[in-house]
Design a protein around this ligand. Structure first.
Ligand code: SF4
Length: 400
């Protein structure tokens, strides 16, 4: 089995907003403390829909990386890189494309959805059709077993799993696999080898799952095996051959409920955002001009918080006791809407303060950001190269 690893990417779409912070980045900051994490800028994915207008991608990339760092993503804990700087992604994408049935791509739910949603663009392109496969290559190249996604993205992970399975089925049977696996068993030492064989028989002949789990535990304990032998032994155990690409798992994340300035979900396409590093004046101005309960026309009219978009932001930024006082004030017309908006403004500014401070360091010295990315690209490339060596070898492309 391969090491636990989290992979997540984001398209460079310009300055990130508080919806990104609450929906994705806060989660990344937590994940980086628990697992080895790889976070990448999906600039090739941006090209699948912006192929006719790529000029902004570079600036959007650097702005976005600064936003990640501002949110607390820590380059000492996680690896940050740019997809196109690790060209092995493209190689794996190409090789996988040889064995991917066209129907699998056409069936991906977002393919038709996105085409309809972005009907102003011609998306009948090879790149757009292949984007789930590029996404699968992004994941499989790092043998990432944990991919944080929302419910709607689960089919993409399932697609990546199917691709991995198909690949392993087609190319996992290296020549002389059985002999090499038997040789690897001997390397376990006689006592462990006997136990391994016994557990393997119990699993393969009697289907005992506990035997399989026990055998995994035995292999996990052993330090001296090479990666190739380890994979052979896992494959031999299950009768599947060598596992070259690991099947990824979805790490389900709760959908962000971060409301925008109009009460809909915060999104650039609704023009209802506050960016993570929006200036203090602009935050105050935007919140002050937010619509409120439409029945509250005059200051003396009582209101209903349930009908007010500002109230949704209070759920994020205000404590329960303050909310109780404000609700009472709204319902009795004891407070005006400007008074009610003030704690939201303060809450946002408080949240943004450490982000602004962290970002300033990188804005003052952009070389720092470039170095973080150069370093991350190199680390990511090392992992990608390792997988590609196995992939090429299994497909007969190593040319010794
Ligand atoms: S008092 Fe607050 S909750 Fe009530 S309508 Fe005004 S902004 Fe909305």
């Amino acid at each position: 089995m391969y090491a636990e690893r989290v992979l997540s990417g984001m398209r460079p779409t310009g300055a990130l907003h508080l919806g990104h912070y609450h929906g994705v980045l806060k989660n990344w900051v937590e994940l980086q403390q628990e697992y080895p994490c790889l976070f990448f800028v999906a600039d090739w994915h941006a090209l699948t829909t912006q192929y006719d207008n790529p000029q902004n991608i570079e600036k959007a990339t650097w702005d976005m990386v600064i936003d990640w760092l501002a949110a607390g993503v820590d380059p000492n804990q996680a690896t940050l890189f740019i997809q196109s700087r690790v060209p092995e992604h493209a190689e794996l994408h190409l090789l996988l494309s040889m064995m991917t049935p066209l129907g699998w791509l056409e069936r991906v739910p977002t393919y038709k959805d996105q085409q309809e949603k972005l009907s102003n663009k011609d998306l009948s392109t090879y790149g757009f059709l292949g984007y789930p496969l590029l996404q699968a290559a992004d994941i499989l190249i790092y043998r990432a077993d944990k991919v944080p996604v929302g419910e709607d993205q689960v089919p993409h992970i399932e697609f990546s799993r199917e691709i991995a399975r198909r690949f392993n089925h087609l190319y996992g049977r290296e020549p002389g696999f059985e002999d090499k696996a038997r040789e690897a068993v001997k390397k376990l030492g006689s006592k462990r080898a006997r136990l391994y064989e016994e557990l393997r028989t119990r699993y393969q002949q009697e289907g005992q799952r506990e035997a399989l789990e026990q055998a995994h535990a035995v292999l996990d304990e052993i330090q001296h095996l090479s990666v190739a032998d380890r994979e052979r032994l896992f494959g031999y155990l299950e009768g599947t051959g060598k596992m070259i690409l690991a099947e990824p798992g979805a790490l389900l994340t709760e959908a962000s409920r971060m409301p925008g300035l109009d009460g809909q979900k915060m999104s650039k396409s609704y023009a209802n955002t506050i960016t993570m590093r929006e200036s203090e004046d602009s935050v105050a101005k935007k919140v002050k001009s937010m619509p409120t309960d439409t029945n509250r026309v005059r200051r003396t009219d009582p209101g209903d918080p349930a009908r007010c978009p500002v109230w949704q932001l209070h759920q994020v930024y205000t404590d329960e006791a303050t909310r109780a006082t404000l609700e009472q004030g709204c319902r009795t017309a004891g407070i005006g809407c400007i008074d009610c908006k003030q704690p939201v403004i303060e809450g946002i500014l408080k949240e943004q303060a450490p982000m602004r401070e962290r970002a300033q360091l990188y804005l003052d010295d952009p070389v720092l950001v470039k170095n973080i990315i150069a370093d991350g690209c190199e680390k990511a490339r090392e992992l990608a190269r390792e997988t590609m060596r196995d992939v090429r070898e299994s497909m007969g492309l190593e040319y010794h």
